[in-house]
Structures are given as structure tokens and as C-alpha cells.
Ligand binder design. Structure first.
Ligand code: X8Z
Ligand code: ZN
Length: 603
């Protein structure tokens, strides 16, 4: 069922399938009217709503108590959702070609596009099989067992990479985690087969084409849009890559990392080399006054819960109402003892008044950011749940859901940290470069990774990659876009993509790339609207209710209008645009260009 990290979509999402159920041989129907379409949509919304809470709760249990039984129950609920989705989409197709009021038409489209992994039409066995594969893959990732039954702890292994001081230990941790994913491969191959058949039944070429069709624009135009945005930021990424590689080369020497070519993936402080903030000390500009948020949180005795309270207070100062009490009693903030859970952070909604996050919070700067990210999901969910009917309960496009909390977290500036007492003095201008470097290591380093994960899946779903070439194709994209390489030769039957949560979790990933562009654009335009003058990286919307009101307005629209209109409530042009990323990091880019003079960049 659920298709995302923000657990709303699934239900709505579950409602995709089956344009072809009404085959040419069917008996002609009496003429349908717009009123029939309207009634159909209303009934569909009621039926989805009646299943949603049950399915969301089954899924919550399956992810917070991983065992055979919880997976069984989750798979059953997911199967029901898929079957409902197929039935409703088949019915929706009966209204094709009719001239209908805007909302009815939009909702019928959403019914067709909702599912993330559609099951084939009229094949309940395949819906059941697909649902159990989905639950099993999620469970495998969460529990972390290798083929010999040894358990691997992703948090501990990630911490070894984050400490970034012993390349042998880092290599071992990197390899260890990738002993969990080969077991996923057979299931994944089958999943692709079944879901592709489902997508074709809906009139799409494959699942990838279906995913690209969800953006209020032509599917091909969406692919081109992703590439266009990437081209805008690529020079910034290359400059960062060049500087980082050179510093790593100085630190570890040629035998570990050359100053040419791709960077070995275990040296960047993160299990997937997707965010590089943990190697800040190795690449930091000299002399500036940097702020280490982790050290400050520890020094001020923050706990996981007080970190969440602090993050919540940011949103409330924007005029956003606090979350209900059950958020505090039902969320999972820390890794529970004595049972397996999926630790990957997520935010959930169950009904109009029940919102939770699921995390295994550690007291560090990275998790402090992630808490803001997750709360952004919860506030978005609540805004549209209260304002919109069932089929409009989603974000403008999925990139907006991922961008909301991050947009707010861009306002965790030194001035904000001083306001909340985490630091005593705001650093002067000499602190700008260190601050921008920290931000770039997370936000800029992420961009090519955000782009390539779905490029890989698109190739898998289209058949351009076959099970024999899955892994090779993965590393080709990693090298092409990120300039990162596997540190040791990989077996053809390794399944390294499966070591990244969103592959076994089947969460589309383009949303994160979009979010990393959108959050800077929204930040810039909110800052401008609030009258801020000065460099973008110093603006904080903390306490600014005007900015908060704009966010609320956008969130309340849900997915009732094309995302371009939702964006236009904050960003006049109504187009996604990476120029704010460039503006934000310009001082760092100038500095990187100086550092890189005489180095040979690229790979
Ligand atoms: O999965 C997430 C969030 C939950 S939606 C923690 N993110 C991506 C990832 O971890 O790979 C946020 C940034 C990218
Ligand atoms: Zn998210």
C-alpha cells in the first residue's frame, strides 16, 4: 500500500489501475452523464477512506514490529487496497472522453495515476503476490539479515562511515551492509514483472512511464525537466566534487583515492555517498568560525524528544498549530529494544487527527534536520486532510511534500541557533564559508544521487536493464552522475541498489531531487516576501507568520490544482527553477573555483 515516505499516498495511491477492464467486447452501457461521474468519484472517495486507516495501521505495525505475522497482515491490507484501486480505475475509464467539470475530471485522472505499483487487472493472485513481495522486501531491509542469517545494524555501520577516520573499517562497513541486499533480488525481479503488467493494463508503457506521468505534464517533458534542472546545478556539483576529491587524496593518499576519476564510495561519510556532511572536517575552509550542531546539541543535553519539541516550536512560531497529543504518545522517536523495526525516517497520517513520525533518533545535527523534514510531512498532511476531500489529500507534486520541512530547516541559520540558545554568539562573516560548505556537503552533494536512483529504476522498468545488468547499470549511473565508484569489485549477482531503503521500500525518488531544488526556490521567495535583504543563506523565516501563512495556503491546496498553481502561491513564475540554489551557494562556488585552480576536475 503506502508508496512513500509520507505515508498518505498509499491509499489514494492504491487507487490506480485498469483502464482496459472495459474491453471492446463489453456490452454497451447506457449513456453516462456528468452526474454519474460525480457520483462515482464521491463513492470512490468514501470507499478509499474506509480502507485507509486500517491499511495505514497494518503498515505501521509491520514496520515497527517486523515479524512474519505483521507482514502477513500488512500484505493483506495492501492487497485489498490494490484490488480496490484496480476496480475503481477500471470504473473511472468508463468516463473517458466525456466533457466533465474540472474537479471530477481531475479526480478521475488521480484514480488512474494513484498507484505506485499497480497489480494487473482481474488477477487477484498477482495482486496478493505483489503485496507480499512488497512487505517482504521492506522487512528484509529493516531487519538486515545476510544470507547466512547474521544481522547487520545499519545505524552502527553508518556511524563507522560517519566517523570517517579509518578507511579499512569504513570499507568493511560499506561491504557489510551490502550483504543484506542480494537476497532481495529475486523478489525484486518478480515485482518488476508483475507491476509492469499492471502498468500496461492501465495504458502505460511500463511502471517508469507511469511514475513520470504524475507531474501535470507529459511524461517525456518531465524527464527533460529533470535533466534541465540538473544542468543548472551540475557545474556547482563538479566544483564541490573536485575540491572534496583533492582533499581526500591529500588525506588518504593515492592508494586509497586518486586525485583523478571517481571517488570510492566508502570515503564520503555516508552509506550511499548521498550526503557528505560527515566529512566536513576534511574539506572545511580554513580559519572560519564553523558551528558543529552535533557538539552543541550534546553540550546542551538535548534528547531525542527535546529535539522534536524544538523542531515543533519552529513551525508553531510560523503560526502553524501544534500537533495533537497523540503525536507524542504514538510516534516512534527512538529505536526500540528487543525487536526489529525499519529505522529509516518517515512521517505518517492515519486519520484527520492522528499524525506520527517513525525514527531512530540519535542526538546529532543530521537527525535534527531530519526531524524538521518529517514534521514538514505531518503538517502538510494535516493541512490538506482538513481542507480537502480524499482524492486531493496529497501534495502539489511529491517533490513539494519532501521540500516542505527542508524549506523550513534552511532557516536553521546561526542567527536562529542563537535565538534558541544553542550558541552564544552569531559568527561574523568569516562564518559564512564554513556554513555554506556544511550545507553544500548535504544539499549539493545530494543532487546527482537524487537524480540517478529513478534513472536506474526507469531503465529497470523499461527493460533497458535486465536482472543480469541491474548492478552494472547502477554503478554506471553512480559514476556518470555522481563521479563515485564502488571501492571493490561487485559481483554481478550483488544487488547494491537494494541496500538503499527506497528500492526495497518502493518509494519513488525523483521527489527528493525536485525537493532539493524547490526548497531553495521556496526559501528565496519566502525570504523576499518577508522583506529580508541580504545573502540568502543568512535569511531565517523563524517567527515570521507572513511566511507561515503562505506555506499554509500552499499546503491546504493539497493536490487539488496542478502543482504549477500551488507553486505560484509562493513563487510567481510557477516553474521549478534552480537559480536559487546557485544564488545561495555563489560565495562558496567562487571560493571552490579558486581552490580548484590548477586541479584537473571532472572524472
Ligand atoms: O528518505 C528520506 C526522508 C524520508 S522521506 C528521511 N530522504 C531521502 C533519503 O534519506 O534518501 C530525505 C533526503 C533523501
Ligand atoms: Zn520525506
Amino acid at each position: 500500500m503506502k508508496t512513500t515516505q509520507f505515508k498518505r499516498l498509499t491509499l489514494v495511491a492504491a487507487v490506480g489501475a485498469a483502464m482496459t477492464a472495459c474491453s471492446p467486447g463489453d456490452a454497451p452501457e447506457p449513456a453516462l452523464t456528468a452526474a454519474d461521474a460525480e457520483a462515482y468519484v464521491q463513492d470512490a472517495e468514501a470507499r478509499i477512506e474506509s480502507l485507509y486507516e486500517y491499511a495505514a495501521k497494518s503498515s505501521w505495525i509491520a514496520q515497527t514490529y517486523i515479524n512474519e505475522d505483521s507482514q502477513f497482515l500488512e500484505a493483506r491490507a495492501n492487497e485489498q487496497l490494490k484490488l480496490l484501486g484496480i476496480e475503481l480505475a477500471a470504473g473511472a475509464a468508463r468516463f473517458n472522453g466525456m466533457d466533465l467539470p474540472y474537479d471530477t475530471q481531475r479526480k478521475l485522472n488521480l484514480l488512474r495515476l494513484g498507484l505506485t505499483l499497480p497489480a494487473p487487472v482481474n488477477q487477484p493472485d498477482l495482486a496478493a503476490e505483489l503485496a507480499s513481495i512488497e512487505s517482504r522486501l521492506n522487512g528484509m531491509y529493516g531487519a538486515g539479515y545476510d544470507a547466512d542469517g547474521n544481522q547487520h545494524d545499519l545505524i552502527a555501520l553508518s556511524n563507522t562511515l560517519a566517523e570517517a577516520n579509518d578507511p579499512d573499517a569504513m570499507l568493511q562497513a560499506w561491504i557489510d551492509w551490502r550483504t543484506v541486499s542480494p537476497q532481495m533480488k529475486d523478489d525484486y525481479v518478480r515485482l518488476v514483472e508483475i507491476a509492469n503488467q499492471g502498468a500496461r493494463d492501465l495504458g502505460f508503457a511500463d511502471v517508469g512511464a507511469m511514475w513520470r506521468s504524475k507531474y501535470d505534464m507529459d511524461a517525456d517533458a518531465f524527464g527533460a525537466e529533470m535533466d534541465r534542472l540538473w544542468e543548472q546545478v551540475n557545474p556547482l556539483y563538479e566544483a564541490l566534487h573536485c575540491h572534496v576529491r583533492s582533499n581526500l587524496n591529500e588525506r588518504y593518499g593515492d592508494e586509497v583515492v586518486s586525485d583523478e576519476g571517481a571517488i570510492p564510495a566508502h570515503l564520503l561519510g555516508n552509506m550511499w555517498a548521498q550526503q557528505w556532511g560527515n566529512i566536513y572536517d576534511q574539506v572545511a575552509p580554513e580559519g572560519g568560525a564553523g558551528i558543529n550542531v552535533t557538539e552543541r546539541l550534546v553540550a546542551e543535553n538535548y534528547t531525542p524528544v527535546s529535539m522534536v519539541e524544538q523542531a515543533e516550536s519552529f513551525f508553531t512560531t510560523l503560526g502553524i498549530e501544534e500537533l495533537p497529543e497523540t503525536f507524542w504518545t504514538r510516534s516512534q522517536f527512538v529505536k526500540p529494544e528487543g525487536r526489529d523495526t525499519v529505522c529509516h525516517a518517515s512521517a505518517w497520517d492515519f486519520d484527520a487527527d492522528d499524525y506520527r513520525i517513525k525514527m531512530c533518533i540519535q542526538v546529532n545535527g543530521e537527525d535534527f534536520q531530519t526531524i524538521h523534514h518529517e514534521l514538514g510531512h505531518n503538517y502538510y498532511q494535516r493541512a490538506y486532510n482538513l481542507a480537502q476531500p480524499m482524492l486531493y489529500r496529497g501534495s502539489a507534486n511529491d517533490g513539494f511534500h519532501e521540500a516542505l520541512g527542508d524549506t523550513v530547516a534552511l532557516s536553521i541559520t546561526p542567527s536562529y541557533l542563537k535565538d534558541i540558545g544553542l550558541i552564544d554568539e552569531e559568527p561574523d562573516a568569516s562564518g559564512d564559508l564554513p556554513y555554506l560548505m556544511r550545507m553544500a556537503l548535504d544539499k549539493v552533494a545530494f543532487l546527482p544521487f537524487g537524480l540517478l536512483v529513478d534513472k536506474w529504476r526507469w531503465q529497470v522498468f523499461s527493460g533497458e536493464l535486465t536482472p543480469e545488468t541491474y548492478n552494472e547499470g547502477w554503478w554506471n549511473l553512480r559514476e556518470q552522475y555522481q563521479g563515485v565508484a564502488a571501492p571493490v569489485a561487485r559481483d554481478a549477482d550483488a544487488f547494491d541498489p537494494g541496500a538503499k531503503y527506497h528500492i526495497p521500500g518502493n518509494t519513488p525518488y525523483s521527489r527528493y531531487f525536485l525537493a532539493h531544488i524547490l526548497q531553495f526556490q521556496l526559501h528565496r521567495d519566502l525570504c523576499e516576501a518577508s522583506g529580508f535583504e541580504g545573502p540568502l543563506h543568512r535569511c531565517s523565516i523563524y517567527g515570521n507568520e507572513e511566511a507561515g501563512q503562505k506555506l499554509i495556503e500552499m499546503m491546504e491546496m493539497g493536490q487539488s490544482r496542478p502543482w504549477q498553481e500551488a507553486l505560484a502561491t509562493i513563487s510567481e513564475s510557477g516553474e521549478m527553477d534552480a537559480s536559487a540554489v546557485i544564488e545561495y551557494f555563489q560565495p562558496l562556488k567562487d571560493w571552490l573555483d579558486e581552490q580548484n585552480e590548477g586541479r584537473s576536475c571532472g572524472w
